[in-house]
Design a protein around this ligand. Sequence first.
Ligand code: FES
Length: 107
Amino acid sequence: MNYQILVTNREQTFVVKQGELLLQAMEKACQQAINVGCRGGGCGLCKVKILQGRYQTKRMSKAHISAAEQASGFALACRVFPESDLVIESDHFEDQSKQTIQVSVVK
Ligand code: FES
């Protein structure tokens, strides 16, 4: 069985076979709709938001996906097994090492 994946923010679609990982299928389809990093749940680069559809995930690091995020549909594409057609949004990786903090000093 095949499932159709629509990546709304990139306007791209690809097909995932049942039992296949979301990120792996996207790479097999030679697409770049989702950022690819370690492919093993360690870097968070492939973070997506699943807007519609059913899926299972392997264990995901809380450093990249908090329980609240997981409950609202965020997942690591390299850990997701689609179980229906999905509508997703990619590009949710935030590089925390590049975040700036504004500090004001009052004398
Ligand atoms: S590619 Fe690194 S967490 Fe998915």
